[in-house]
Design a protein around this ligand. Sequence first.
Ligand code: FES
Ligand code: FES
Length: 160
Amino acid sequence: MSRIVKSDERVGIELIVNGERERVNVGPSRFLSDVLREDLGLTGLKVSCGMANCGACTVLVDGTPVYSCITLALDCEGRAITTIEGLSQDGELHPVQRAFVEYDALQCGFCTSGQILSMTALLEKNPAPTEEELRQAMSGNLCRCGAYVKILQAGMNVNR
Ligand code: FES
Ligand code: FES
């Protein structure tokens, strides 16, 4: 449940970011994207539209993709947040990251962290999606470079 905080107040909250407990001070209107990028230095997520249109800022909160540019940090108190920096393990790329490399599923890369996180969330729930299910799950992540065909190829060929 959200707590009530005055507009000029800052409160300390704990976020669990990529498995680590992080303490941050936030005001009531601070967005999660800003806390992650500016306070914690996790710049893999990008802020493009800043208004819930493109998905470049996607991170996972308790395993669910969210647009961090419109998610209040206060609402994430105590929750588990995964950013692109948290996907690789022991120096090994996550299988979805490997598929993006293998299928050359990016151009400028601005949308890529969000695309990978949305795909990862889908595959956690549905390891063998149909192409239609994949398209549906990725529909909130836009790519200005138009890398959609290769992104879909990567998604249909993730070796886990
Ligand atoms: S930057 Fe958040 S949806 Fe576009
Ligand atoms: S790779 Fe450039 S916006 Fe998607």
